[in-house]
Every structure is written in C-alpha cells, then in structure tokens.
Design a protein around this ligand. Structure first.
Ligand code: COA
Length: 415
C-alpha cells in the first residue's frame, strides 16, 4: 500500500528534539527524510543520556526512526556544492538551528529560492520576529515564555514545567502541519514558501484556554471553577490551578487504594454535570441530587473541595483500575494516573502501533512511541533510526555522484 507522502523528499537539518519530532512524523507518512549531519559528530543527542556505551542514545533513536543519515560538512566548499545539488532536487528543507545559522552557512532563503523556487523551507525557532528573535531556546524555556509554567502547579508553590514536551514535540507537530499545508498550496501555485513555527507561539497555542481565562479574570476578578474560589483572593494574572480541569466540567485528582506507598495510585475524576445524579448515588450522597446547594453545576462551584473530598472517600477504597471499571459502567468520565512502567507494558497500545519495539544493530531492541496519527490509507511501519552516515554513499549515488566522486568528496572532508 502507498503512503500519503510518497515521493516527497526532505532535507532534514534538524537536531535535538523539536525538529526531529517533525521530520520523524513526515517519514512515518511516507516522506523520504534525509538527515544531514556533521561528519564525526552528528546530532548531539546521539550521545546525550547514553544508557549503553557507544550506542546511539534512546533520546536519538526514539526521535529519528524511518530516516536516512548522510554526513556532510556544509561549510566545506565541496560540501556546499553537494548541498546545492540536493536542494535543487528536494521538496522541503527543515532546520532548527540557532537563529542565523543557515545564513552563516551561506544558505539564506533567497539563495535557496534561486536554487529551487519550489522548495519549502521550514524552521523551528525559539521566538518569532521581535526583541527575542536571536535567542536560543530549549523546551523548558519555551514552556516558561509561552505561558505554560506560570499557569501550572499549585498556587502555594513556584511555577512548574510539564513532563509533556509541549515546547519541543508540540512545536514539531505545528511545523509538520505547516509543511504539509505548504506542500498542498504548492500544488496550486508551483511555489515554495517559508514555514516558521516559533516555540513560544506553539506553547501559547496549547495554552489558549489560559489566555481565555486572563480575559475572564480581567472582566470579573474571579473564576469560580478555580480552586482559589471562594476562599482565596485572585491576583491580576491567571493563577496556577493545581489539578482543576481547564474546561467547564470540574475535575480533580483523587487518591485510590494504595496511595500511601504507590505515587501513582490516583485517578482523575470529572464531576460531569449530566451524570451528577449517578455520582451522588455511587458515593452514597443521594440527598445532594435535589439539594439546591448541590443540584446545579453553578451551585456546586463554591463546594467543589468538599464534593471531591467526599468522592475521594469512595475512590480511596478501590484501586484506580477498580474505580475506573465502576465509573465507566456509570458513564462517569475518569482516568487512572498511569505510570510510564504501566504504559510501556500496555498491550492495547502495542496492538495499535502506538508503542513499538524496534531492533537496532548496536543497541538491540528498544521501545519507541509509534505514529499517534492513524491514516486508513497510509499505514505506518516504524523502522529503526540510522547510524551516523549510514546512507551517505547510497544517497549521494541517488543524487548522481559516482563512486569516484564519492571517494574524492570523502578525501576532501566534505562527507
Ligand atoms: N556542517 C557544518 N556545520 C554544521 C552542520 C553541518 N552539517 N550542522 C550544523 N552545523 C553548524 C551550524 O552551522 C552552527 O554553526 P554556526 O554557529 O557557526 O552558525 C553550529 O553547527 C551549531 O548550530 P546551533 O543550532 O547554533 O547549535 P547550538 O548547540 O549552539 O544550539 C539550540 C542548540 C537548540 C539551542 C539552537 O539550535 C536553537 O535555539 N534552535 C532553535 C530552537 C530549537 O529548536 N530549540 C529546541 C531544541 S530541542
């Protein structure tokens, strides 16, 4: 069966996490992703957080599956000529270097355009144009400047960054969407274009509901679904809301059986309005169904702490999985807090290809997260990440270089 992006050739200058997330996704959709790395060194993550001596790290292998690796010194004059030829024949160039690096290499947007006007040049940067455009940015910096950290955590503690890599992987996803959109527009216009995904913008996009809340706070001075209501005062910026739900249905994390020793014996419980009567019956508080202090969603807002404490008295006597089974039967939305150990062992995630075991010639078998987006006409087969420069000869031959040319490029240090 064919793949959605069959025939799309991508020059992948990405490194670390944000860019590689994007190009790995495009490779899963069928694009030919040629990762261009510095000879002898490669993507810095190959050796970061290594768990097996001399083997590419899990950091690298889990972000670079389904790609081919070419080593090329783009600052070497012959290397530059190779890159020019590749640019002429590829569809997309993706990079997430520090601002200005492509220009310092001699590959500005204007130069790339003269080489190939159909080329899409896609970049991740920390910030968009403005006072911070020249800054280098990593994941947690993006979470801080995009509004995630100031709105995450508990109100009596410092700002907190999330384990979800919304700055890196989140921006990689945004960039991938920009690339396929530009490819689609090119089918009408015949022209390439620049695609920019700034990490600050990507995080802010994912924190959209908090900008919603800022405007509600500015207008009303209070937000009744926040845990600060009704007993604590609000400042002038959106406060940290602990584990409160970000939407219109109140929720909280509640202890389950075993919480004293198991840090993940908890369940997220949503006191969804349409099933309020079922919740009351389940926890033995049927009188709340008609009590005007509890009967409506707005009447319940000042009592959420008391309500969740009462529900917790019920969840604490069940494991998170027992609680989930009962709650699901009642159509009450909930989610057990799953540890990474539990997720890694989850058979259903393996059955759907969301968790995949891959074999690697140096490190052996490792687990990775497969394609979270399932297309019915474009199945994903996850393959291992490439060794450094594994495909240099093969790819250069496809771009018209003979064995003699390749030997001479190697002798010059260009590859
Ligand atoms: N041949 C020759 N030179 C190469 C090369 C190649 N194949 N590949 C990379 N280089 C050079 C670059 O040209 C650059 O040189 P320069 O500084 O002389 O211009 C150099 O390697 C290093 O690139 P840089 O991106 O500056 O790396 P860094 O380690 O200093 O910074 C980041 C890393 C992530 C902070 C930075 O790249 C960045 O801010 N990127 C944008 C935001 C981003 O994606 N952050 C998320 C990371 S997960």
């Amino acid at each position: 069966m064919g793949k959605a992006l069959d025939g799309v050739r991508i020059l992948d200058f990405t490194h670390v996490q944000s860019g590689p997330t994007c190009t790995q996704l495009l490779a899963w959709f069928g694009a030919d992703v040629i990762k261009v790395e510095r000879a002898g060194a490669g993507d810095v993550t190959r050796e970061q957080l290594r768990d097996i001596p001399d083997a590419d790290s899990l950091y690298f292998t889990m972000l670079n599956g389904n790609k081919r690796s070419v080593t090329l010194d783009t600052k070497n004059p012959q290397g530059k000529r190779v890159l020019e030829r590749m640019i002429r024949e590829c569809d997309v160039l993706v990079e997430n270097f520090a601002p200005g690096a492509m220009e310092r290499m001699g590959f500005s947007w204007e130069h790339i355009q003269t080489l190939n006007p159909r080329m899409i040049v896609a970049s991740v940067k920390g910030f968009g144009p403005g006072p911070y455009e020249d800054c280098k940015v990593y994941e947690n910096v993006a979470q801080c400047v995009g509004g995630a950290a100031s709105t995450t955590g508990f109100d009596d503690g410092p700002p907190v960054v999330s384990g979800a890599q919304i700055g890196d992987s989140g921006t990689g996803l945004h960039l991938a969407l920009g690339i396929v959109t530009a490819l689609y527009q090119r089918t009408h216009t015949g022209r390439g274009q620049k695609v920019l995904a700034a990490m600050q913008d990507g995080v802010l996009n994912l924190c959209r509901v908090k900008l919603r809340d800022q405007q509600r706070l500015d207008r009303d001075g209070v937000m009744k679904e926040y845990p600060q209501y009704p007993n604590e005062s609000f400042g002038d910026a959106v406060p940290r809301a602990g584990n409160a739900s970000g939407g219109g249905q109140p929720g909280w994390i509640l202890k389950c059986k075993g919480w004293e020793t198991d840090p993940n014996a908890y369940i997220y419980f949503i006191a969804q309005a349409p099933v309020w009567d079922r919740i009351c019956k389940l926890i033995g508080r049927e009188e709340w169904i008609d009590d005007p202090l509890y009967a409506t969603a707005s009447a319940r807002l000042p009592h959420l702490k008391e309500i969740f404490a009462e529900i917790e008295r019920w969840t604490m006597h069940r494991t998170k999985f027992e609680a989930m089974a009962v709650l699901n039967r009642q159509n009450i939305p909930c989610g057990p807090i799953l540890s990474m150990k539990e997720i890694a062992a989850d058979e259903s995630l393996r059955d759907t290809g969301t968790i995949v075991e891959v074999d690697h010639p140096v490190r052996g078998k490792y687990l990775t997260v497969g394609n979270p987006i399932k297309l019915s006409d474009s199945p994903t087969e996850v393959t291992r990440s490439p060794l450094l420069g594994e495909h240099t000869d093969e790819v250069l031959a496809e771009f018209g270089y003979s064995a003699t040319d390749i030997r001479s490029l190697r002798a010059s240090g260009a590859i």
